[in-house]
Design a protein around this ligand. Structure first.
Ligand SMILES: Cc1cc2nc3c(=O)[nH]c(=O)nc-3n(C[C@H](O)[C@H](O)[C@H](O)COP(=O)(O)OP(=O)(O)OC[C@H]3O[C@@H](n4cnc5c(N)ncnc54)[C@H](O)[C@@H]3O)c2cc1C
Length: 470
């Protein structure tokens, strides 16, 4: 078993040793740095004692050796866009800010891969490979800021997962540093490798609890030559979900298939200060993209339009040019942050059910809406994957709403598990979803995970207090 707290104190001598390891200018203990690196997009947290910015893998290893020697907890951090508090210390200690590991090391056109340091911003990596006609499909809405290391640690998904899959499908190999300071290399540049357990995939989605990922080798695919984005509006969510069912039945696989409900549309329109984003009376909108060769795209676009119209779409817009496509996607990317115009507090859940059970998921959400006074529940997300972001918006000063949201949260997770789904499709557990893990994993499964953790991190210093209940 991994050992738990108590941890060693962060002494002046320990901080001096960190300064020696990474340079004094790359170590901060002031309140501003401690607070900034003590929170992520969850907006709840606990300050770090000290923040360090190593320059490279060797310095990451030196910091981890010191943390092991002094038994000080250490939390790897990418861009801090995580929604579950994963990059936030639960027990103080060191935040390992990886900003300086930000180089794209190689784009290998012959082998269809790229090698990047962990803090390369995902959107920058995509642009760099697209410049040579290649494509890295995973596209979390946070891609202008989130990092490839953070995406690997969370196994980030995005709209294109419907056709292309999530981050794990694109990770060929990793360089990572164990809590002991030892450096490991998993996988590699070949697409096949069955020697030993698959440590690469074990580290994908490990939320910074097993090792610090310093380099990532990603698989690339040819850039699809043509993309068309469609926006279909419906008066009800049910009709939009019917359109998705029609599409799946017609065996059309759009590269993206996103649903936005009426409340979410209202929030984006207010936040962006734009005119109405859809015709009057729109209860749900589907954002769809098809990609591939021009003739295939034209045919698939027609079939998508037909499936939407048969389900009762009130309008179907087709964006062929880049500017119009960008505008449609800007709305989608602005959603998450725009919801705050509806209420000051957002409790964000990214539940997922098997595709065929999406209608039952929306029935469940309707029941929660009816039973939760003072709580608005706008929903949007990757409906093609059955992965819906269910947002509970409320005023934290309203005790009735707070209690209603607490009850609705548990009811949501219990309902999801009953629908054969998962309590998190993308955002991970961090510390915010810890109490709900036993709804999905058995005691045996949790114990097995604890033993894997102990094999990597016997002193339990690497991002403790995350992923499974202590
Ligand atoms: C506006 C917005 C939209 C979002 N949209 C999506 C979306 O569409 N899909 C989606 O999946 N997520 C989404 N997210 C959540 C978030 O962006 C992802 O979880 C992302 O992968 C986090 O990357 P990051 O670099 O910010 O990592 P951080 O938040 O810094 O860290 C996340 C976790 O990874 C660990 N970690 C970070 N870097 C490393 C490393 N190098 N080695 C080991 N562990 C590491 C941390 O310890 C932490 O546990 C969104 C967030 C926001 C704010």
């Amino acid at each position: 078993m991994a050992a738990g707290p108590p941890y060693g104190p962060v002494t002046e001598a320990f901080v001096d040793a960190l300064r020696l390891a990474v340079g004094a200018e790359h170590v901060r203990t002031d309140d501003e740095a401690r607070a900034t690196y003590g929170a992520d997009a969850l907006k709840k947290g606990h300050p770090a004692d000290v923040v360090v910015w190593p320059a490279d893998t060797a310095e990451v290893a030196a910091v981890l050796r010191l943390c092991t020697a002094h038994r000080v907890p250490v939390v790897p951090r990418g861009a801090g866009t995580g929604y579950t508090g994963g990059a936030v210390p639960s027990f103080g200690g060191v935040v390992l800010a990886l900003q300086r590991l930000d180089r794209i090391l190689e784009i290998d056109e012959r082998n269809l891969l790229a090698v990047a340091e962990c803090h390369v911003v995902t959107g920058d990596l995509q642009r760099a490979v697209e410049a040579v006609g290649l494509f890295y499909p995973p596209d979390p809405a946070s891609l202008p800021t989130s990092t490839i290391g953070g995406n690997v640690a969370e196994c980030a998904g995005g709209p294109r997962a419907f056709k292309y899959g999530v981050t794990k499908r694109y990770i060929l190999g990793l360089e990572a540093v164990l809590p002991s300071g030892e450096i490991i290399h998993t996988g590699g540049k070949s697409v096949k490798n069955v020697v030993g357990y698959d440590l690469t995939q074990l580290l994908v989605g490990s939320e910074g609890t097993l090792a610090v990922i310093t380099r990532v080798t990603v698989r690339l695919v040819p850039l699809p030559p043509t993309q068309v984005t469609l926006r279909a509006t419906f008066t009800t969510i049910r009709a939009a979900v019917d359109a998705v069912t029609n599409l799946i039945r017609a065996r059309v696989v759009p590269s993206a298939l996103e649903l936005i409900d009426g409340d979410s549309l209202e929030a984006v329109a207010t936040n962006l200060g734009t005119r109405a984003l859809a015709p009057e009376g729109t209860g749900a909108l589907l954002l769809l993209e098809v990609d591939g060769l021009p003739e295939t795209v034209a045919e698939e676009g027609r079939r998508v339009e037909q499936a939407c119209r048969e389900a009762g779409a009130t309008e179907v817009l087709v964006a062929h040019d880049q500017a119009t496509r960008e505008e449609l996607w800007r709305v989608r990317r602005a959603l998450s942050l725009s919801l705050r115009v509806l209420a000051p507090m957002k409790v964000n859940h990214d539940v997922v059910v098997p595709k065929g059970r999406v209608p039952e998921l929306f029935d469940l959400i309707d029941r929660l809406r009816a039973a939760s006074p003072g709580v608005r529940i706008p929903c949007f997300g990757h409906v093609g994957d059955g992965n819906i972001h269910v947002n509970m918006m409320l005023d934290p000063a309203d005790p009735v709403a707070l209690e209603a949201a607490r009850v609705a949260e548990r009811a949501l997770f219990e309902g999801i598990v009953a629908l054969e789904g998962s309590i998190s499709g993308e955002h991970g557990i961090g510390f915010s979803k810890l109490p709900f893990v036993p709804l999905e994993l058995s005691r045996i499964e949790i114990d097995l995970q604890r033993r894997i953790k102990a094999a990597f991190d016997p002193l339990n210093i690497l991002n403790p207090g995350k992923m499974f209940p202590e």
